[in-house]
Design a protein around this ligand. Structure first.
Ligand code: GDG
Length: 735
């Protein structure tokens, strides 16, 4: 039976060696709690590093054995791997870059190579444990290459990836020397999740600009597979935090701490030691607050918990020194025998102590410079059983997108932060309660279990959707079935895309003229009174008129703006505004100036920038820039940007080939339909077709079409075989 494998850098346990004995301590982290109910089921598995370097074979075997009953499997890393893969590339290259501290990032080939090798090591361990149909859920930035490595070895598996830290904007991400490889690594997934819509948007933009795959509603089509990118804000185990806060033990601890702090107002801050958390900035703001509002001297204490972290990394050592110095300076300036403005603890505490701190804090000061989500602020809210307390939250934390009732601040704006501290300390209790109730309702609902089930449901949906997007090759058996249907039908409709399906693309659009063979084929097909042939194109109507006006077929030009039926004149299907064209043309002109060989085609209701004649590489690069530029402009308008075959086209949204084809579907009886196209724009035609239509895509990429063929040559041969079939059977009918 297919199983679920969870993979993260660390297993949800902490392994220690005490006096030669192996000791396993379970982790209380949010992820472990959320996934706990899943990985412990049946033969599901969690794979990751146990947290200690173990080199002796017999010990490794013992650990494998011990963890087996817990549904865990360890990946053993060497000292060098920890140094270069974890502390090095993960924490000194990716972490600063993804948190917008690229000035701290180091770019070292050796670290990258170890990062690749360790991702490969995880892959090998997973493959040894996995069955081909298993679902694998990979977590976080240490394992960005793993999805593609797994896809190569287990092509049919279901692979989800969730990134817990931010995904930076393209401008920052592109600084990484290995940016392309990293994105390609992630794209092996079926579903990629981020905490926020902004992270997702940044990722899609990087994929578009660096790799060249566009996206539609979060779907990326790589040419051979479709995958989805979506946002899933992670929640906490709300009931657990609320229950711990209600326990007698926590109340007891609170009473002890509170007694030591007299009747002070308490501001709480809890973080891992990290430059992304804005600890020095927070201290400076608190200092300024004391200076600006001296009436709070001796009336407020900042309780600051800093959990030791990554102390082997230079930047963290420097930060620790900076924090120590600032705390010393501020306490030195303001302390007296009764009062220390800052109570600073550089250590970690058990959950009960944390919970007591949450309970007694009047204000939580959560002000990271950048944070993927931030769970501390959510835990603070869940622990406030009396509904009193104020949350000051940085806009740069993913959680700020959900907790809009908090006092949101920009952590770089020290004056705003000082004012927020003041506002929080004097906020009337009723107002505190109003905000707290709303935040609690939201966090109770969008808890960790909800997050897990949303991700897993979406992953299943992606797999189903992918099946419906997979086209099968139009083989002989299908052709026979199709020819039977063709013969028995008394009314038949053909929708045939011109460029890419009937004729090959050419470096100059005006060279793709119809040849004699094609004209004859179309004429013969349409000459059967049971058949109605419609040639569909995005070309201008004058162009279509010149090339196919004399052929007895119906025509659609400019994506459906114009139609021509039964050899009558051209009619427009809609009255459209084209006042947007002059503005967009200015932008396209700019790209023509910067891209030798590119040119603009102006159609009545659309504009196209062609780059077929542009130097390879440059055209694609500019096209990506142009598409993102135009998408930005089009987001508030009624325009649609089509990233087509060596061309970028802008048109009014209501114009679509699908709408145009519906015109024939409404007018003509149709017992048999063939629709053939090759491009993203032709997907609209396929979508407009009834279920029993033969929808055929030229080229084997994901499509809503049912079948695919490989070339225009195959399209022509398919059509002429249908005609021959008729011809060869006529004598039989007559006899
Ligand atoms: C990544 C992303 C994202 C802290 N001190 C103690 C302690 N903690 C617990 C807190 C909280 C957790 O550590 C820290 O929360 P973060 O949100 O910072 O989580 P990380 O795992 O560090 O970071 C972050 C998160 O992933 C989830 O996707 O939110 O943005 O960087 O749960 O309570 N726990 C105990 N003692 C302490 O002293 N027991």
């Amino acid at each position: 039976m297919a199983k679920l494998i969870i993979v993260s850098n660390r297993l949800p346990i902490k392994l220690q060696e005490k006096e030669g004995e192996l000791v396993y301590q379970t982790s209380e982290g949010g992820l472990a709690t959320g996934l706990g109910s899943i990985y412990k089921e049946g033969n599901n598995l969690w794979i990751g590093w146990p947290g200690l370097v173990i080199e002796e074979q017999h010990k490794q075997q013992k650990i494998i054995h011990d963890l087996q009953s817990e549904n865990m499997y360890p990946v053993f890393l060497t000292e060098t791997e920890i140094k270069e893969f974890y502390e090095g590339f993960s924490n000194e290259t990716l972490w600063p870059t993804f948190h917008y501290f690229s000035q701290y990032a180091i770019y070292e080939q050796q670290l990258w190579e170890t990062y690749m090798a360790v991702n490969q090591k995880y892959c090998d361990e997973i493959v040894a444990q996995a069955e081909p149909e298993d679902t694998i859920w990979v977590h976080d930035y240490q394992l960005l290459l793993l999805p593609s490595m797994l896809r190569e070895r287990l092509p049919n598996s279901t692979i989800g990836f969730f990134q817990h830290i931010p995904f930076p904007s393209y401008e920052v991400f592109r600084l990484l020397p290995w940016r392309k490889e990293i994105l390609e690594g992630m794209l092996g997934s079926d579903l990629i999740g981020f905490h926020t819509y902004d992270d997702m948007r940044h990722f899609l933009s990087s994929v578009n600009r660096i790799i060249g795959h566009g996206s539609m509603h979060g779907w990326i089509n790589t040419g051979t597979r479709s995958l989805l990118v979506d946002s899933f804000p992670m929640g906490i185990d709300y009931d657990k935090y609320a229950a711990v806060a209600a326990s007698e033990e926590v109340k007891r601890r609170q009473a002890i701490y509170q007694a030591n702090l007299n009747s002070q107002k308490i501001i709480l801050s809890i973080d891992r030691l990290d430059y992304s958390k804005g600890i020095p900035q927070r201290l400076l703001a608190f200092e300024l607050f004391l200076e600006k509002y001296p009436e709070f001297l001796e009336k407020v204490t900042l309780v600051m918990l800093v959990v030791p972290s990554r102390d082997a990394v230079g930047k963290y050592k420097e930060l620790k020194e900076e924090v120590d110095e600032l705390v010393g300076r501020i306490n030195g300036k303001y302390s007296n025998i009764n009062w220390n403005p800052i109570q600073y603890f550089y250590r970690s505490y058990p959950l009960e102590t944390l919970s007591a701190f949450y309970r007694m804090a009047d204000v939580a000061l959560v002000t990271p410079m950048r944070d993927g989500m931030n769970l501390v602020c959510k835990e603070f809210v869940a622990s406030k059983l009396d509904k009193r307390g104020v949350l000051i939250l940085s806009e740069m934390a993913g959680a700020s997108k959900e907790l809009s009732e908090a006092l949101l601040i920009n952590p770089n704006d020290i004056n705003q932060l000082v004012d927020a501290i003041h506002k929080a300390l004097i906020m009337p209790e009723e107002e505190q309660e109003q905000h707290m109730v709303l935040m609690q309702e939201s966090l109770r609902r969008y808890n960790i279990h909800h997050w897990v089930s949303m991700f897993m449901d979406r992953l299943s949906y992606v797999k189903i959707k992918q099946l419906s997007l997979a086209t099968s090759y139009l083989d002989e058996a299908t052709f026979h079935e199709m020819s039977d249907a063709y013969e028995t039908a008394s009314t038949r409709l053909f929708f045939l895309e011109y460029d890419g399906a009937l004729v090959k693309y050419s470096s100059k659009p005006d060279m793709a003229r119809p040849d004699a063979e094609l004209i004859e084929l179309l004429s013969r097909l349409n000459s059967d009174p049971k058949n109605k042939v419609v040639v569909v194109s995005s070309r201008e109507k004058d162009n279509m008129q010149e090339w196919l006006g004399h052929v007895p077929v119906d025509l659609v030009a400019e994506h459906g703006v114009w139609i021509k039926q039964n050899s009558t004149g051209w009619q427009t299907m809609m009255s459209l505004m084209d006042d947007w064209k002059s503005d967009i043309k200015l932008i396209l002109d700019l790209y023509v100036d910067r891209t030798p060989g590119s040119f603009i085609e102006e159609k009545e209701y659309s504009l196209v920038w062609h780059y077929r004649r542009v130097e390879t590489g440059l055209g694609e690069l500019r096209a990506r820039e142009l598409v993102s530029h135009l998408n930005f402009l089009a987001s508030n308008s009624n325009l649609q940007v089509l990233d087509g075959q060596m061309a970028v086209e802008v048109k009014a949204q209501e114009v679509s080939k699908g709408r145009a084809t519906a015109h024939w579907l409404n007018q003509y009886p149709h017992e048999f339909i063939v629709a053939i196209g090759d491009d993203w724009g032709d997907e609209d035609i396929f979508k407009a077709m009834p279920r029993d239509a033969y929808t055929i895509k030229v080229g084997n990429s994901y499509s809503v079409a049912k079948y695919h063929v490989d070339s225009c040559g195959e399209v022509r041969s398919l059509l002429s075989r249908l005609l021959q079939l008729k011809a060869s059977e006529q004598p039989q009918e007559m006899s």
